[in-house]
Ligand binder design. Structure first.
Ligand code: EAX
Length: 323
């Protein structure tokens, strides 16, 4: 074989192998719309993975729970039928029980506090708990502070919640706490919530402004109360075997892409929090922005005592007092 022929064969081989590599496609899903704080997260992630790996990895993005709800998506990642998911921590304790602690109501003072804890050593340690369950957790992101909506009445204090039937996430900590508020809790996957609200199967639900806006809950809910009763983290999960197969450089690219996605996600949450109330008022919702927060906190005293027993007061205080 002449040198030029050899070179041509080698070039063709290289081209073929780079084409083959370019065909490594992975799936990631969210339960909310593309035009949301979760949509920007996975769109930025997909763009960054492709850019940083020179197109060797392509991320296919799925929105609106089109591959299933959050629990199903995490299950699919664990099984490896789907490589990646971006999810709230709602259903995560069913897979990694230790994460429950981050869903305790009134644990975080504000978003800055929550982000500092999640991005610091406490958050990093929690990410390692995913490994023995078949996941690589790429990092934390955010859903935001959750507020309550319903179709029946203005809610200013916990007594207004008595007898309201509300959809909750499939999260044991939320369910226990909301029962403490006097709510009749109905756990349900997110993709079913709009219809359940529309048909009156439940009277209300609770979610951050970002989710309320993206899901258009204003179309089926009249009353919004800015309870901010719990911070809702999000997490990037990847199938552990799929992550382990990546080269060291590509592992870093995936982690960096997730960090970029988180930045975009949190910026959008801030934007939604800043504009959300005016937006939802303009769409016809009644917004109670002066709820009696002290009463909500007080109503949870017995449940909180339970949580302190379950998680350890020292561990909870470490989060509460994190600087
Ligand atoms: O992650 O289930 C929920 O209420 C979540 O907040 C929603 O799926 C967005």
């Amino acid at each position: 074989m002449k040198f030029t022929q050899l070179a041509a064969v080698m070039a063709a081989g290289l081209l073929a192998s780079s084409l083959a590599a370019a065909q490594t496609t992975m799936k990631i899903s969210i339960s909310t719309a593309q035009n949301s704080h979760q949509g920007v997260a996975i769109d930025v992630f997909a763009r960054e993975v492709e850019k940083r790996t020179g197109g060797r990895y392509k991320i296919q993005t799925f929105y609106n729970g089109s591959l299933g709800g959050e629990r199903e998506s995490i299950e699919a990642v664990q099984l490896g039928t789907q490589e990646l998911a971006f999810s709230s921590t709602g259903p995560v304790p069913n897979f990694v029980p230790e994460t429950k602690i981050f869903d305790v109501p009134f644990l975080f003072r504000d978003k800055a506090h929550a982000r500092a804890v999640l991005d610091g050593p406490i958050g990093a340690e929690m990410l390692t708990k995913f490994e023995s369950k078949g996941f690589k957790a790429l990092g934390w992101a955010e859903n935001g502070f959750r507020h309550m909506t319903n179709s029946k009445r203005d809610v200013k204090a916990p007594e207004d919640l008595k007898g309201l039937k509300m959809r909750t996430m499939e999260n044991p900590v939320h369910i226990a706490a909301y029962k403490g508020f006097g709510i009749i809790t109905t756990p349900m996957a997110f993709p079913e919530v709009f219809t359940a609200l529309q048909q009156g199967t439940v009277d209300g639900q609770e979610n951050p402004l970002s989710v309320i806006i993206a899901a258009k809950f204003d179309q089926v809910q009249k009353h919004l109360s800015l309870t901010g009763h719990v911070y809702s983290p999000c997490i990037w999960v990847m199938n552990k075997a799929a992550f382990d197969k990546l080269s060291a450089a590509d592992k870093k690219h995936f982690l960096d892409a997730a960090a970029e996605g988180t930045k975009a996600n949190r910026a959008r949450v801030d934007e939604d929090d800043a504009k959300g109330v005016a937006d939802l008022r303009a769409k016809g919702m009644t917004v109670i922005d002066n709820v009696d927060k002290a009463k909500f906190v007080a109503a949870l005293a017995p449940v909180n005592a339970e949580f302190e027993k379950q998680f350890g007061k020292a561990t909870m205080d470490k989060i509460r007092n994190f600087k």
